[in-house]
Ligand binder design. Structure first.
Ligand code: ARG
Length: 281
């Protein structure tokens, strides 16, 4: 009998894809000759927002800026823990102006923003999981930034090396199923649990994940390529890409409730559900 999972209401920051486009290629999913259907992207994104609200989550939106086609990927804007905001410094020059736009949103919402010194792409590479922040490096966020995050929050940061360019951000290869102290009886050291695709990580990093999360849900490459690991969990509902069918079956077996939301148009830029979602904790 799968256990009954308990959801926790969340606060999410998002940004409508009004100016979404693929105009430069900074990851293997992007092609400069791609034609984007902005209206479809907008409709798919609105479905995501309605779905979050229908499940009891609070969703806020930052105003999109013309000329910043990737600004829809709000997850890259910061890491926020207990109301403290660690901002971003983007790797690609094309995305750097987003820093200012998001910093303005946080300031207007009453937060102070700590700007990183090293390249750091927010929740794209920084994933809170129980008592740790899991942190990706290899393509975008630097190890120096991991150190800064640890100093700023005083939370242990576990550096993980990404090795497959299709999974250039940690949040394309791993997500947190349960992030708090045993609420849902996960078997990580403190009850937190994750799902991930091992092939995205170096051998040593894989071993670290096995040690910390012996009961993790292990996903296939097919599910990862379908953006299945770019999911958002509230502890019970998992907002997930519909083509990640193997993952959806595994989630159901474990007592989670998969909620499929299709963001196929945004996949053209290498982003999915989690990329569009910044959690304000
Ligand atoms: N085109 C964007 C980039 O390459 C996609 C960002 C996706 N965001 C994420 N959190 N993985 O930067």
């Amino acid at each position: 009998m799968p256990q009954t999972r308990v959801p926790r209401p969340r606060r999410y920051l998002t940004c409508p894809p009004r100016f979404f486009d693929v105009r430069y290629a900074i990851n293997p999913w992007m092609r400069e000759d791609t034609v984007v259907d902005t209206a479809l992207a907008q409709a798919q994104w609105e479905t995501l927002i309605h779905t979050y609200r229908d499940h009891g989550h609070r969703v806020e939106t930052a105003e999109p800026v013309p000329g910043l086609p990737d600004m829809v990927f709000a997850a890259n804007s910061a890491l926020v823990l207990a109301g403290r905001v660690f901002g971003s410094r983007f790797h690609a020059p094309q995305r750097r102006p987003e820093q200012l736009a998001y910093t303005s949103w946080f300031k207007a919402a009453g937060f102070e923003v700590h700007p990183p010194e090293a390249v750091c792409e927010g929740e794209g590479d920084l994933v809170p999981a129980g008592r740790f922040v899991l942190a990706g490096t290899g393509f975008r966020t630097t190890r120096a930034a991991h150190q800064e995050v640890q100093e700023f929050f005083g939370v242990p940061v576990i550096s993980l090396l990404l090795v497959d360019p299709y999974f250039y951000h940690l949040d394309t290869a791993l997500f947190t199923l349960d992030d708090e102290n045993g609420a849902n009886g996960g078997t990580g050291e403190d009850g937190a649990n994750i799902a991930y695709y091992p092939g995205a990580f170096s051998p040593g990093s894989r071993e670290v994940l096995e040690r910390l999360f012996p009961d993790a849900l292990i996903a296939t490459r097919d599910d990862a390529m379908a953006f299945g690991l770019n999911s958002v969990s509230d502890g019970r509902h998992v907002f997930v890409a519909p083509r990640a069918t193997g993952l959806i079956a595994q989630l159901t077996e474990r007592g989670y409730v998969p909620v499929p939301v299709d963001l196929s148009e945004l996949h053209k830029a290498g982003g999915g559900i989690k990329c569009c979602t910044q959690e304000i904790r």
